[in-house]
Structures are given as C-alpha cells and as structure tokens.
Design a binder for this molecule. Structure first.
Ligand SMILES: Nc1ncnc2c1ncn2[C@@H]1O[C@H](COP(=O)(O)OP(=O)(O)O)[C@@H](O)[C@H]1O
Ligand SMILES: [Mg+2]
Length: 282
C-alpha cells in the first residue's frame, strides 16, 4: 500500500503524530509519504490512501480545502465527512438525535436572551485551535463578540462556560476504524478576562486519561449516530470525541473532530499502530 499523511507547510513541524504514523506504517510494509494538501506537485491518484492530518490552515480556506478533498478519490476521512464536520453546526443535528451537546445559541444579536449563566464562550462555527474564541463574563461582551463575527460574514456560537473544564479539563476519546484506542485529558484553554487570543497552545496541558464507561457509551453513540446520519458504509478511519462534564457529572459533547484532529499518539501505547491497522483493514 502507498499512503500519504497530509499536513500543511505551516503546521508540519507542530504535528507530533506524524513521525509515529510514518514509523507504524513502515513496520507494517506501508510506503508512506508526508505531503502538504496544497502542494501542486503531488500526484494524488498514485496513493491507495490519502489520510488528512495536520491541515490546520483550512479554516480561512475552507472552500479551497474542500474542493481539494473532493478531487482526491482515496481521501480519508471521506469528503462527505469533511464537508459536514468542518462546520460546527453539525452539533445541532447530533443534538436532535439524542446526543447531549453543550447548550448552544447561534448568531446571537445584542439584546438576545443568553440564558442565566455566569460566563459564556463565543466562537465561530468554522474554527479550530480555539482561534477567535473567548470566554466572557457579561452579556455586552458576548453580544459584541458575536456581532463582530456575524459582521465579518461568519456565524457564531454562544455557550455557557462549562465550569468543570477549569479543574477537570476536557476528555478527548480517540477511535480508529470505529474501535476505541485511547483517551487523554486536555487542560482548560480559556482564561477568565483574557478575551480573544489567537495562538493558544494546548500541547503542554495533555496527559493520558482513563475513560469512564459513560464516556465510552456516549462516544459510541456519537459515532453510530454520525455513521447513520451521513449514510456511511463504515465508521470513520479516525475520530476524536471531545467531552466535558455537565454540572451533574454526566458527559457532554463539546466537539466531534473528524477532519484534522491531533490524535495525541505520543500519549498512547501504539495508537499509531492501531490507526495504520485500521487503514489496512479498509
Ligand atoms: N462551552 C465551553 N465551556 C468551557 N470551555 C470551552 C467551551 N467551549 C470551548 N471551550 C474551550 O475552548 C477550547 C476550544 O473550543 P472548541 O469548541 O474545542 O473548538 P476548537 O477546538 O475547534 O477551536 C476548548 O478546548 C475549551 O478549552
Ligand atoms: Mg477543540
């Protein structure tokens, strides 16, 4: 098998998963290259599998990124998944199918009801790496941030700030080929009072974590719901399900990452091998 692991020129040095994936591919007889999605010299047809990885610059270039993805027949995850998953409005659909999602208001305008909360988070619906995302303590700040995103032609999401994140962080659940691989804890990223900060780095706050039965059950429900909503023949090659704890302790979905998630492979025992095995199973 010939496989391409796809990164971006800017972010390749920051992707700690890539070297482990290339190693795991090598030991399994897979001939693997690391390439950038917008490199015009790549012959995409020559690969049996083209696996999207650190394409973290897609956010301001989503149309271009999706057009590229649509043109690559062997792309993983498949184009239909990438199109759906690069806009967080997918959360609305999951919520309609019994997935507990953080309560979300869309495109709030000045004066709109924000619910009775002490703090809120405002973020764009198309975003990654917590860019253009902030934690606010007053309705005026929330309304202004949301209005600013909307005025820039984007869509905004407003959520209560989930207080458990400050102490417990969030739990990322990694699944390869539909099978659970490992879980990690990610520390809180949004500090009170800091406003919009563009270059937050979560890498230092990552530690391995044992997942709970409730987290496993919800993750499997999220994957099964997605597979059926999108009419997929098989579960996604890679999936990261990010969960936080509701006030009653039960898990809530914050994000389903089926596009270019960090897989936190250095924090797992041979997660890279499990991903390459899933790729070989097809
Ligand atoms: N409702 C929320 N409550 C607490 N923290 C949040 C909330 N929404 C986002 N965050 C914080 O902001 C980070 C980025 O938000 P997220 O929804 O994961 O988008 P992305 O990772 O695509 O930028 C999260 O990892 C978390 O630390
Ligand atoms: Mg996230």
């Amino acid at each position: 098998m010939r496989a391409a692991f796809v990164t971006s020129q800017t972010y390749r040095p920051f992707d700690a998963d890539l070297p482990l994936l290339v190693d795991a591919a090598g030991t399994r007889g897979v001939d693997a290259d690391v390439v950038s999605w917008d490199d015009p010299d790549i012959d995409w047809i020559s690969y049996d599998a083209v696996v999207v990885r650190s394409c973290w610059d897609y956010v301001p270039r989503r149309d271009e990124f999706l057009a590229w993805a649509a043109s690559v027949p062997a792309i993983q995850n498949p184009y239909e998944i990438l199109r759906w998953n690069t806009d967080k409005t997918y959360l609305r659909q999951l919520a309609e199918h019994d997935v507990p999602v953080i309560e979300t208001r869309w495109d709030v305008a000045p004066g709109d009801d924000l619910g009775d909360h002490e703090e809120w988070v405002v973020k764009p619906t198309i975003s990654g790496g917590s860019k253009d995302t902030a934690r606010w303590g007053t309705a005026d700040e929330v309304w202004a941030h949301s209005a600013e995103l909307v005025a820039a032609g984007r869509h905004s999401m407003t959520q209560p700030y989930i207080a458990s994140v400050d102490d417990d962080g969030e739990t990322a659940m990694l699944f390869f080929g539909g099978e659970f691989s490992h879980a990690i804890r990610k520390g809180a990223l949004l500090a009170r009072g800091e406003g919009v900060v563009q270059d937050r780095d979560s890498r230092e706050s990552i530690t391995p974590r044992e997942s709970t039965a409730a987290q496993r059950e919800l993750s499997e429900h999220v994957l099964a719901t997605t597979t059926s909503l999108l009419g997929l023949e098989r579960p996604p090659l890679y999936a990261r399900i990010d969960l936080v704890a509701a006030p009653d302790g039960s898990p809530l979905l914050i994000e389903l990452e089926l596009t270019e998630p960090s897989l936190f492979l250095p924090h797992s025992e041979d997660g890279a091998g499990r991903l390459v095995d899933a790729l070989l199973r097809g």
